[in-house]
Design a binder for this molecule. Structure first.
Ligand code: 3HC
Length: 692
């Protein structure tokens, strides 16, 4: 089997691409396809060509790994597409799996496209910070109309083959064997002349308002990003310029987008997300348990949200509470959530009932005896958790996985009260647990490989991004956010206004700054943590400006206000009493406030995350810098196009990060210092460890 197989089916030549796992357009693929076209051109008896993917899919796009290669070494997708477009005999793309990016662009340059019903096609380049760079911006609007093309290119989401057929993107849906169906189709169209080339069509649905609306729309959906606006410019060209003009502009703008830090950041995240599911030592052969029954302890906000994940995946859940009232309340919140989704048309009434039907409420822990996985989601108190795990150990069947949703507590200590610590693990969901994609999977000292592998598989099943972390206070995400919160409070103490710190993070692309986030989470949570830490260290009760705000009863959004006041749409505005309290606090401590600029705010806030991240890596709490980035993107809203905090630091240069930390009076973590001195990056460190 070669990378592109040529097989004759009578008068049709079939070119099969064999480049697993996803038939990306890697080095060797264009050469193989050109050889196929050479053969088809020279053999007089060949009347048509079929291009098909071997294995599970058609071409899933350009090979993203080659994006950093010098242009002359990168596979020439555009060169192949130009030839395909001008090819003198009919060509048919036979699509199964996914035709994405460069894959759909190859298909669009064929004379015809046929597909199996469950195939999908799309131009997801925007998700990588680039744009369709091999004719997609010019050909797709000529086939499906510019409005639909804009929708597909700006969302990056694929459409199903059935919709593609309705739109004319697919000429025929093949029932049964795709290859034979495609050959038959090619033969039936072998004599079509002139050949219907997409590049010769015109866009028929363009009105100027479409582009204005698209430009307005991306200000909301893609704030601060480069490639979406280039996509709109190119879509407009498809409607207003000859094909050749749009085609040339596309090449230039593609390179501009590809070489941008935003695209580097998004590509880093694409691979980091896929690496995050891999754990050294775990293999495909690591045994996993089939989780069919889930138990959840606690029907509060977290427990209810966690339950919904499993109900959505079709798994029955038994949910336990200590009082009927709390149980009823928990159930009615879940029902209300589903009914709201149904009102928006995203679930049918039957689906709501089906999901609620999978849920069994109970006041009796013994009802969890059949569960394969039990997740404890009660409030953060070690004694309570230990008590629950002692009871679970007595009730749960042998082999059941016992998980805690703790966000900070020591999972080893929790596991120690059971006779089966190898079955105990942390599953740290992020609130709202039915929405947030992140799942920190906390591997305790004795957690077995099988339990870990089962939880990783389960994360995929419930559509979460599972990242394995080690045990420490706050694990990865919260440990870093605590450092960030400390720095934010210090900045205000020194003279910044809370709204300046928040605005700085908005400018970086985060939906919320540190203080808006604290107000949303509840200021009393941080207050309790600081009080606990002070007690553990034998220090007096904390008395920072934020502690004083909490003591006035302002605990955040849930009490109508905290650091900010909130209107009915939950928009924050500064509060004069809070400002006064901050000023009094500074005066009392003899602090003369100084003006703090955006550069210092950004550096101190983001680099405090990075520095703590470096310590976490050194301690082995996170396996990779890329894992930390994935955690920050999916758990804390750090923009993917900045590459996550560690990717952002790589982009800034670790030498600059270390120097800025020192300038601001902080000590760079040894790993950060070492990499800065060596001229290294976190990404290279990951690769060197064989983990990136
Ligand atoms: N290039 C290089 N590697 C790719 C790739 C690509 N386009 N697409 C997927 N892979 C790799 C993944 O990194 C992963 O590698 P690993 O096994 O070593 O971790 C492997 O293929 C399997 O990928 P997934 O784990 O994501 O497999 P799934 O079955 O869940 O999903 C998929 C398959 C839907 C194809 C998904 O991988 C995907 O969305 N890929 C990206 C598609 C894409 O963005 N294409 C456009 C590329 S840009 C382009 O074409 C530019 C052009 O316009 C010029």
């Amino acid at each position: 089997m070669s990378i592109v197989d040529q097989t004759r089916e009578g008068d049709v030549l079939v070119l099969t691409i064999n480049n697993p796992p996803v038939n990306a357009f890697s080095p060797g693929v264009p050469e193989g396809l050109h050889a196929g076209l050479d053969a088809a051109e020279s053999a007089g008896e060949v009347r048509a060509v079929v291009i098909i993917g071997g294995g599970r899919t058609f071409i899933a796009g350009a090979d993203i790994k080659t994006f950093d290669l010098p242009r002359e070494q990168a596979p020439d997708l555009r060169g192949f597409i130009s030839r395909l477009d001008a090819f003198p005999k009919p060509t048919v793309a036979a699509i199964h799996g996914t035709a994405l990016g460069g894959g759909l662009e190859v298909a669009l340059a064929c004379t015809y496209r046929v597909a199996v019903k469950d195939a999908q096609m799309g131009l997801p380049e925007v998700k990588l910070g680039v744009l369709p760079g091999a004719g997609g911006t010019q050909r797709l609007p000529r086939v499906v109309g510019v409005q639909k093309a804009l929708e597909m290119m700006l969302s990056g989401n694929p459409i199903k083959a059935t919709e593609a057929k309705d739109l004319g993107l697919v000429d025929d849906l093949v029932e049964g064997d795709l290859r034979s169906g495609a050959v038959e189709f090619a033969r039936a169209h072998a004599d079509a002349r002139p050949l219907p080339r997409v590049s010769e069509r015109t866009v028929t649905d363009a009105v100027p308002q479409v582009f204005g609306a698209a430009r307005q729309g991306i200000l909301k959906t893609h704030r601060g990003q480069l490639s979406p606006s280039l996509i709109v410019d190119l879509a407009e060209m498809s409607a207003t310029q000859p094909f050749a003009v749009g085609w040339d502009s596309e090449a230039r703008l593609f390179m501009q987008a590809k070489d941008s830090p935003q695209s580097r950041g998004l590509r880093h995240i694409f691979f980091a997300e896929r690496e995050a599911g891999k754990v050294p030592g775990l293999t495909k052969d690591t045994p996993t348990t089939d989780v069919r029954q889930v138990g959840i302890i606690g029907a509060g906000t977290m427990g209810g949200g966690i339950a919904m994940n499993f109900l959505n995946a079709g798994l029955p859940v038994t949910i336990v509470e200590t009082a009927q009232e709390a149980l009823d309340r928990g159930l009615s919140v879940i029902r209300r959530n589903y009914e709201n989704t149904a009102k928006k048309g995203r679930l049918t009434v039957e689906q709501v009932e089906q999901r609620m039907g999978l849920l069994t409420p109970t006041l009796n822990v013994e009802d969890l005896a059949d569960a394969d996985l039990i997740i404890e989601a009660v409030f953060e108190n070690m004694d309570v958790k230990k008590d629950i795990f002692t009871r679970l150990d007595a009730v749960a069947k042998p082999g059941a996985i016992l998980a805690t949703n703790t966000s900070t507590l020591d999972v080893n200590e929790i596991a120690s009260v059971t006779g089966r610590p190898e079955q105990v693990i942390g599953l740290h969901f992020f609130s709202p647990a039915n929405v947030m994609k992140l799942l920190e999977i906390v591997r305790a000292d004795k957690t077995s490989d099988s339990v870990l592998a089962t939880c990783l598989a389960l994360a995929r099943k419930i559509k979460k991004v599972g990242v394995v972390v080690g045990v420490c206070d706050g694990f990865v995400g919260n440990r870093m956010i605590h450092r960030y919160g400390d720095e934010a409070r210090k900045l205000v103490e020194e003279g910044a206004r809370p709204q300046d710190a928040d605005a700085t993070m908005h400018a970086l692309g985060l939906p919320m700054g540190p203080f808006e986030m604290s107000d949303m989470a509840g200021l009393d949570i941080g207050y309790a943590i600081r009080a606990h830490q002070a007690k553990v260290r034998g220090e007096p009760k904390p008395d920072g400006w934020l502690d004083r705000i909490v003591e006035t009863g302002r605990k955040g959004q849930k009490t109508g206000g905290g650091i900010y006041d909130y209107d009915e749409k939950r928009r924050p505005s500064p509060n004069a009493d809070v400002q006064k309290l901050i000023e009094d606090h500074r005066a009392e401590k003899g602090i003369r406030p100084r003006e703090i600029g955006q550069e210092e705010l950004t550096e101190r806030l983001v680099y405090s995350l990075v520095n703590e991240g470096a310590k976490i890596l050194e301690e082995g709490i996170a396996q990779r810098a890329g894992d930390i980035d994935v955690i920050y993107i999916y758990g804390y809203g750090f923009p993917a196009y900045r590459g996550g905090p560690m990717g952002y630091a790589d982009e800034v240069g670790l030498k600059n990060v270390a120097a800025a930390l020192e300038k601001h009076g902080q000590t760079p973590a040894p790993l950060l210092k070492q990499l800065a001195e060596e001229g290294g990056t976190f990404a290279a460190w990951d690769r060197q460890k064989g983990r990136g």
